[in-house]
Design a protein around this ligand. Structure first.
Ligand code: ATP
Length: 362
């Protein structure tokens, strides 16, 4: 296994990496720790597969270097890099049995039967394929075929990294959770470096120790699931993670006060002069807002919608033209839909041109 470093990676499919707008990847610098469990999270088209294929060697970047430990592997093939990659759709040999499919990567490298058999049986047990070991793959469901694909990726202990490209897309929703926890278990047991590409925040946050969030060909934040939730460094992270995502609305800064549509709010922090041409916004998650009766202090808002989703309610409120989502577990009687909105100031952030700006405590 190796420590993987991406140095100033950029990629353009049209062949002109000088043109920033043309680039599927703009400028990526990143380090993947040996043995880490990572997720690469972002919406469709943000460049996740492009980045994964550059790590595995399926794609040569227009610019930059890929290092495994200190070795420059940019020009090397996937095989030379010793990488296992698992794709969205299963790659299995239909005419072979499950056992033969799982054994294939080891057999291909000349490993002895006495080494192959226990490893195949061990993985088949973990993946729930034990009873099908001697069945031909063509007779199995799409779920089971994808389990075989996962197994083939995991069978060799010596790989430098295992890359997963949306591997659970074809899996039945009921089974997704089960397979995800099996992958987590396998990560703990064998200590592989795993990089898991997905556009699904639940998959990313439950699988990974560290999540890399991509947006429009750039990495906007790398952090633990908790850091992404508590302190989004980019408005996109706030919006993309959470359900509903972070409330982001325009504001102004006047001295140490934040002004939202004429309402003054003190966050207890001082901000540097942010310039008059910048876009300034306040970001606060629905979980960090509270509704209290309108005779108490807070932003005077009107309730426009309440969605009861079982575990809690999502309340949509409006102040002048600014709307917020608020998550409430119990709803205090709020007369005629008017109430006051209270901010948890410690978890209320200021963004300048979409990037988090940390203020200085007053
Ligand atoms: P998805 O989740 O939909 O697979 P992604 O985040 O993995 O999306 P990529 O597949 O890496 O994104 O695509 C990034 C950008 O590069 C997109 O604008 C896409 O249209 C473009 N792109 C991807 N592959 C090619 C290709 N072979 N030729 C030209 N453009 C491509």
């Amino acid at each position: 296994m190796a420590h993987i470093t991406l140095e100033n990676i950029a990629h353009s499919y049209t062949g002109n990496p000088e043109n920033h707008e043309d680039c599927a990847l703009k400028k990526v610098n990143l380090s993947w720790r040996n043995g880490g469990a990572y997720a690469l999270l972002g919406p469709s088209g943000c460049g996740k597969t492009t980045l994964l294929n550059i790590i595995s060697g399926l794609l040569h970047p227009s610019r930059g270097k890929v290092l495994f430990d200190t070795e420059d592997v940019t020009g090397m093939s996937t095989e030379q890099r010793n990488i296992a990659q698992i794709f969205q759709f299963p790659v299995v040999y239909d005419t072979m049995t499950v056992f033969q499919n799982l054994a294939f990567p080891l057999k291909n490298r000349g490993r002895k039967q006495k080494e192959i058999e226990p490893r195949v049986i061990e993985l088949a047990k973990i993946l729930g394929l034990e009873k099908d070991l001697h069945t031909r793959a063509q007779h199995l469901t799409a779920d089971s075929k994808q389990k075989i694909s996962l197994g083939r990726g995991l069978i060799r202990k010596s790989v430098n990294a295992i890359l997963f490209d949306e591997p659970l897309t074809v899996i039945d929703p009921q089974l997704k959770w089960e397979l995800r926890s099996q992958l987590k278990f396998l990560h703990k047991k064998f200590g592989f470096t795993m990089i898991y590409v997905t556009h699904d925040q639940t998959e990313a946050l439950t699988f990974a120790d560290e999540v890399v969030v991509m947006y429009e060909g750039e990495i906007v934040q790398t952090g633990t699931p908790e850091a992404l939730f508590e302190k989004p460094e980019h408005t996109f992270v706030g919006y993309f993670i959470g359900s509903p995502g972070m409330n982001v609305c325009a504001c102004e800064l006047q001295g140490n006060q934040v002004v939202i549509d004429g309402y003054m709010l003190s966050l207890g922090r001082k901000y540097p002069d942010l310039g008059s041409n910048s876009k300034i916004e306040i970001g606060v998650r629905p979980e960090h807002l509270r509704l209290v009766p309108s005779d108490r202090e807070g932003l005077p808002v009107k309730i426009i919608k309440v969605d009861d989703i079982g575990r809690h309610r999502i309340v949509r409120v409006v102040f002048n033209n600014t709307k917020f989502n608020v998550i409430v577990s119990d709803m205090t009687e709020l007369a005629d839909g008017n109430c006051s909105l209270v901010f948890d100031t410690e978890h209320t952030h200021i963004y300048v041109d979409d990037h988090l700006v940390s203020g200085e405590e007053l």
